[in-house]
Design a protein around this ligand. Structure first.
Ligand code: SF4
Length: 371
């Protein structure tokens, strides 16, 4: 009898239609992208562009800006032109800002046509303008702003209610032949959210934007998002993600990227494999791991660095990694690519690891392995 086979990959990706958000493809075979939203007043062009630059530097691929006033709409042309990444204008209720965003060259618009249906013919005109410029629309259904009709029908924002709302919104565009759409059905409860996306995924081929809305402060929001996105992405559902945190937007990007790397949906960059420490530890593992992480922050190569507290699992893990240390007796054995290259006193472990990591990174960059 052979050994049972161990799955090494997730379910195949759901087949969704591909749309183009500026330079970033979403859906189809495009890699899952990470996005966030600015927290500045959009009308404050300098501050908004500054935040977009920070987000871009942290790996954000698509950015959304709110557009609740005319001043915000007036700022869109410059922001769309100067941003290094595609800009999506987020609009509620006001069709005139949708036209302004399309004219401004925004890469996409988030708007729910149900909100603007009351304005005769506006949905048709938006479909026409968006088709003419190739501007996709995101329909963003949110538990907190669910249509009163559906709230009444279902009693609360159930997965069925969210999905019915999203498909109805999409149908308002489909009536005019417009299908350049992506959809989100966000809820603050990951279980409701996961079920909503599962149902939606089975009922349409639009690309899906994943989000747990109002996920909370960084710790709770990170876990809620990781659990929900992990469940969906492991089933092949999800084409772009936004982690919502009550924290600076660049934090959302860090978490989003980490989720994709953890699922092997994106090549891992620096990965610190450190032990949790235990009664056998012969060094302060937390401090060591923190210092090594801080020393290597920003490194773009897929380097795996093991920081182990003792010689039980230490040498094994350190050998599996590109680089590692196994500590004991006030010393650290430094491993590079599975070989012990030297033994250094405890006080020199951090600087030696950083030095060796930089050498490896340089070699990887030369070999073209940078991510
Ligand atoms: Fe404990 Fe050593 Fe394992 Fe770290 S490597 S958790 S110190 S046994």
């Amino acid at each position: 009898l052979g050994m049972p086979s161990v799955p090494t990959k997730l379910a195949d990706r759901r087949v969704s239609r591909k749309i183009q958000v500026g330079s970033v493809a979403v859906g189809g075979d495009a890699p899952v992208s990470v996005q966030s939203m600015t927290t500045t007043r959009t009308s404050d062009i300098g501050a908004t562009l500054q935040q977009i630059a920070e987000l871009t530097a942290s790996g954000c691929q698509i950015v959304r800006v709110a557009c609740p006033t005319q001043d915000d709409a007036d700022a869109l042309p410059i922001i769309a032109r100067k941003s290094q990444i595609p800009v999506i204008a987020d609009i509620h209720f006001q069709p005139k800002y949708v036209f302004a965003a399309i004219d401004a060259g925004c890469a996409a618009v988030r708007v729910n046509p149900g909100n603007i249906k009351q304005f005769d013919d506006k949905v048709k005109e938006i479909a026409k303008a968006a088709s003419a410029t190739g501007t996709p629309i995101r329909i963003g259904v949110n538990a907190g702003s669910l249509d009163a009709r559906l709230l009444q029908k279902y009693g609360k924002a159930t997965p069925e209610a969210l999905v019915e709302s999203a498909l109805w919104e999409a149908s308002l565009f489909e009536e005019h032949g417009f299908r350049d759409i992506k959809i989100s059905v966000k809820h603050n409860d990951p279980v409701v959210m996961v079920n909503a996306y599962r149902q939606l995924a089975a009922q349409c081929d639009y690309p899906l934007h994943l989000g747990v809305t109002e996920a909370g402060p960084a710790f709770q929001g990170t876990i809620k998002s990781a659990v929900a996105f992990g469940a969906l992405l492991s089933e092949g559902i999800g084409d772009t993600i936004r982690v919502s945190l009550s924290a600076p937007p660049a934090e959302e990007i860090k978490v989003g990227i980490q989720i994709l790397e953890s699922l092997n949906l994106r090549q891992r960059r620096l990965e610190i494999v450190s032990c949790p420490s235990c009664g056998r530890a012969q060094v302060d593992v937390y401090k060591l791991a923190e210092e090594v992480t801080a020393g290597l922050e920003g490194m773009e190569v897929p380097l795996r660095v093991a920081v182990m507290g003792c010689v039980v699992n230490g040498p094994g893990e350190a050998r599996e990694a590109d680089l590692g240390v196994a500590s004991g007796n006030g010393k650290g054995q430094i491993f590079v690519k599975g070989e012990v290259i030297k033994t250094v006193p405890e006080s020199k472990i951090v600087e030696t690891l950083i030095e060796e990591a930089l050498k490896l990174a340089e070699q990887m960059e030369k070999d073209g392995i940078a991510s």
